[in-house]
Design a protein around this ligand. Structure first.
Ligand code: APR
Length: 259
């Protein structure tokens, strides 16, 4: 991993500005500053809910009411969250023709709320409910009320249209994500621990296809010492706002306007 010399942020911004063919891969960390807890780590959802009991398809089929205890918290916190400067920064970089698409593991819809147009939802989205018996779908806001378990017209308990452990990635999302990884010049990886497959393979696919890997995460991950070219060890909001400013200024100038 290169640290990008004395100014890794400027180096990463220069890469983006010159390449103009970047893709972003995001995880729960990008939404932490919007008030949505991440999954791992001491404050993560999985510290409170054992994912094997609350986040597998098997657990949902066995005890849907129990799984809805966790899902109720996720639907509520996602419903109240607003995009932060990191989400908005990616939308601005898309507007500038620098970032081509966002592949997100998140189910909170905040990239679209920030104005990103090309978003590949790798793990689905909380804004839709689906019946795992008759496959009927409903907007969450029309069928879900806090504290109640939403039911399908067929009488079965509905599930958010998100990918639980043990479920396949939506075929089109997987195809599109891998194509984006194979054809981008820079992959910007923001706020993921890169521990969950197959999403964690996307950086490897990009690297093997010749892309530079820029990682934004306060903590090092399994990518940092293996395939990351530039690691920016800070929070997403602060960094994306700074990078947008540098790219907009043609990356020759620091935010303070000095040369
Ligand atoms: N900015 C950037 N990164 C951050 C920030 C921040 N402000 N705060 C935390 N992070 C980093 C953490 O250091 C951690 O590496 O975000 C990462 C979050 O990792 P996880 O909680 O493991 O989330 P994620 O990688 O998205 O999980 C992948 O696992 O549980 C399943 O389906 C779920 O999509 C999820 C998948």
């Amino acid at each position: 991993m290169r640290t990008g010399g004395s100014d890794p942020i400027r180096e990463a911004s220069r890469l983006l500005a010159e390449c103009r063919n970047a893709v972003a891969l995001t995880g729960a960390g990008i939404s932490v500053e919007s008030g949505i807890p991440s999954f791992r780590g001491a404050q993560g959802m999985w510290a409170k809910y054992d994912p094997m009991e609350y986040a597998t398809l098997h657990a949902f089929m066995q005890s849907p009411r129990k799984v809805w205890e966790m899902l109720t918290e996720m639907v509520s916190v996602c419903g109240e969250a607003m995009p932060n400067a990191a989400h908005k920064g990616l939308a601005a970089l898309e507007e500038m023709g620098v970032v081509r698409s966002v592949i997100t593991q998140n189910v909170d819809g905040l990239h679209q709320a920030a104005g990103s147009r090309r978003v590949i939802e790798y793990h689905g989205n909380m804004e839709e409910l689906i019946c795992v018996y008759c496959w009927k779908r409903y907007p969450t806001r029309e069928r879900w009320t806090p504290g109640a378990v939403p039911l399908c017209d067929c009488g079965e308990i509905l599930k958010p249209n998100v990918v639980l452990f043990g479920e396949p990635i939506p075929w089109l999302a997987q195809e599109q994500a891998e194509e984006e990884a194979r054809t981008c010049g820079v992959l910007v990886v923001i706020g993921t621990s890169a521990q969950v497959s197959p999403a964690c393979d996307i950086p490897r696919i990009a690297k093997e296809s010749g892309a530079a890997i820029v990682e934004i995460n306060p903590e090092p991950t399994r990518l940092t010492s293996s395939i990351t070219d530039i690691h920016l060890p800070w929070g997403g909001s602060e960094i994306l706002a700074w990078m947008v400013d540098l790219v907009r200024r043609g990356s020759g100038v620091s935010p303070s306007g000095e040369g």
